[in-house]
Design a protein around this ligand. Structure first.
Ligand SMILES: [Zn+2]
Length: 470
């Protein structure tokens, strides 16, 4: 009797169950690709307040099909919005407008997040990041390293100089004050000691690190210090050589330089050493960012004519001017250096495939931005995915290397990286199945970025609005 009373009281207090709240956006009857398995199922996706509130099979559960925007997504394929895991905003104040214009190119290409790998426009980048988050500016979510860390007289403008422990503490303090999302190390002037000490100090503070690696350091030492990501494949190749110790010594003695070391490292690639390096990378959760597409573009600057490139029209004249540096360097290279570079490019393709097969986490990153000649923001992420597939990586794995693993690397996987209930609704709807043909990532029907929906026409308008007026 007493239990019945309690039950009745509860029912009175609770009243009738309220009608479910309407959603903001519903994607009806979409082919949802599970990014972790590649499994495809027809689903309805409900979005409320910028997040995926519910995913159901039609007729299942008690979903309330009322929303401000209902998209008939039949026949389209839903994936997490793409991540470009290596871009640059840079070139000084005179290129601010040109850099800001790039934001449109990313979003128009379905890229809902970029990882900025360092530059000299940090205050402005932080400003864009906030404006985009508040929907006051159209563009991708930005995660940024802020300025790069390097040695004295660093190659890149705006780099923070680290020579000793005091410099390291000051530099890391300033990054935490901004605050940036991770630490990017560069290798133009930094000493081996300062490099390893910076990684160790950042690790102690719980900061994520990624970088180039001075060739005076051995890869395993960087891994032991706690590096989380290795940009480009030069440094991985070094760690796969059975002559690494000897070649590192020659570099420390200044008997050879960075580019001279390449053919020797490539020739001494050893599958047993490589297997141990890959195992160590996996064990220590070290990500690799192969940047295959830009590698090819830069290796073939001497033969490919880019004057008719479709994307040149979106590049501000200031950015196009910055292309000259690499073009001139290619022009002035010896025939041997040019041939070496092309051989290296082919080698890197095989290396990326071996790493992927071994289960090393790769990230798809374009390295697009000022100074990186003819590697165009937006489209180059698709070209990077295609480059990964061209060397034998499956389309599913290539796609995982974009949003899914990008979110893991930056420890943002609670909010991003897969289409699951509770996560931020950054979604691309493709017109055809990209698992069958990776080039289909370019055929975008819709981009949903949180609360914002862009259909095909709006994406085209966004792209058109990015044409350089000069
Ligand atoms: Zn870069």
């Amino acid at each position: 009797m007493r239990q019945l009373c309690i039950l009745l009281t509860c029912l009175v207090l609770l009243g009738c169950p309220p009608l479910p709240e309407p959603s903001d956006i519903i994607l009806k009857n979409v082919n949802l690709i599970d990014i972790t398995t590649g499994k495809i199922e027809k689903k309805d996706i409900f979005i409320t307040d910028g997040r995926i509130s519910q995913i159901i099979t039609k007729g299942e559960g008690n979903a309330y099909y009322k929303a401000e925007t209902i998209i008939n997504a039949k026949g389209t394929y839903a994936l997490p919005g793409f991540w470009d895991n290596h871009v640059h905003f840079r070139g000084g104040d005179s290129l601010l407008a040109d850099n800001k214009n790039l934001l449109k190119l990313f979003l128009a290409n379905g890229i809902t997040t970029v990882r900025d790998a360092g530059g000299d426009l940090t205050p402005e980048v932080m400003h864009w990041k906030e404006a985009i988050a508040n929907e006051k500016l159209l563009g991708p979510t930005i995660f940024t390293s802020g300025p790069k860390l390097d040695g004295p007289n660093a190659t890149w403008a705006g780099s923070l100089v680290v020579e000793n422990d005091n410099d390291i503490a000051i530099a890391l303090d300033s990054l935490q004050n901004i605050p940036t999302d991770y630490v990017k190390l560069y290798d133009s002037r930094i000493s081996a000691e300062a490099y390893l000490n910076t990684i160790a100090a950042a690790e102690k503070r719980g900061m994520i690190t990624s970088g180039h690696m001075p060739f005076t350091v051995e890869l395993q030492d960087a891994i032991d210090a706690g590096i989380d990501g290795v940009e480009h494949l030069y440094y991985i190749m070094k760690g796969c050589s059975n002559q690494e110790a000897k070649i590192t010594q020659q570099l420390q003695n200044k008997e050879i330089g960075f580019w001279e070391a390449m053919p020797a490292l490539e020739a001494s690639y050893d599958t047993t050493v490589a297997a141990a390096t890959f195992t160590s990378m996996k064990k220590n959760k070290v990500f690799s960012i192969p940047t295959l597409h830009i590698g090819k573009v830069l290796s073939y600057l001497d033969e490919k004519d880019h004057r008719e490139d479709d994307y040149l029209k979106y590049m501000g004249s200031g950015i196009v001017k910055t292309y000259k540096g690499r073009i001139n360097r290619a022009k002035n290279s010896s025939p041997k250096a040019i041939a070496d570079r092309k051989a290296l490019d082919a080698f890197f393709g095989k290396l990326a495939k071996s790493m992927s097969d071994a289960g090393v986490w790769l990230l798809a990153g374009s390295d697009s931005g000022a100074f990186n000649s003819y590697t165009y923001p937006g489209i180059s992420l698709h070209q990077e995915l295609e480059a990964m597939v061209a060397v034998g990586i499956t389309p599913l794995k290539a796609l995982q290397n974009s949003a899914y693993q990008g979110a893991q690397f930056l420890q943002k996987d609670g909010d991003y990286g897969s289409l699951t209930e509770g996560k931020i609704a950054d979604i691309v709807l493709l017109e055809a199945n990209p698992l069958e043909d990776i080039q289909r990532t370019r055929n975008i029907a819709y981009v949903i970025k949180g609360k914002q929906v862009l259909d095909k026409q709006q994406l085209k308008d966004l792209l058109d609005s990015a044409v350089n007026p000069n």
